[in-house]
Design a protein around this ligand. Sequence first.
Ligand code: AMP
Ligand code: MG
Length: 286
Amino acid sequence: MDTYINVKIYDVTLDEANNAFNEVDKIYKYYELMTNAYDENSEIYKINTSKDKKIKVSNDLLDILNMGNKWYDKSNGQFNINMGNVIKAWKKAREEGKLPKKLDYKISKLKIKDDYIINDNVNLDLGAIAKGYATEKVGDKLEELNISNYLVNAGGNVLLGRHPTKQNFTVGIEDPKKQGEIYNTVLGNNISVVTSGGYERFYELDGKKYHHIIDPKTKYPAENMLSCTVISKSSALADILSTTLFLLTPDEAIDLIEKIDDAEAILYVSKDKILRSSGFNKYEQK
Ligand code: AMP
Ligand code: MG
């Protein structure tokens, strides 16, 4: 998943730990092989290069795609898992240190019918969901193995079980303006904390920064805020939402998050403008 994944489990025997890590490894590898658009062996790669009119999709992938489409609708198309062409063009440009040459791709919603994709303008990229989705499955597996004290950090997608000794885990949220410094601290157990930001993966050209979260309207990096952190029991939801809110205007983002029961958010719009959803403060360190 193009990141380091750190998993800590507490209060287990060595055998239980080895078994648990083995299971965790299997889950991440399974979703990696399903969702990595750059791996020729992945299900998503096969879909993106398929010539079939109707493309059959595995049940587990279908669940992710349907979630993607649900948030496409809720964000008026700002969150779109079907803009792989544009995202690939920006990734290539970043690697070459240039601006993308071609961005005039047609962008549309993925068409799903039962358990098939209609092969019309299909180019999937699940970079905004896959880590959170897989991390949620990892949490479910640990709970199933009766491990309740754990912490998973999948490149900024944090999932907390219960802290082994203290009342809460403490998570620092990085200041998007000052690398390595934090601007806020949240406390909790059995929650996921996920941040999306333009400051984590970017490159600079002529003094301007270009990051990896792309506004489908302009096909350029979104510029509504500098970072967005979402807290939810569901790690998949937190991952989707952090990217989705980042793509909306601050007002739209707050409107959307207030409608969602199991999620809170803090938006770093600028140094002087930090917005919170109404329930965010219950997680904040006083
Ligand atoms: P995240 O780090 O979870 O916010 O996800 C960022 C990743 O989502 C990018 O690296 C792309 O793979 C993908 N992405 C970029 N723009 C969009 C978009 N408008 N809708 C959905 N996914 C996107
Ligand atoms: Mg995300």
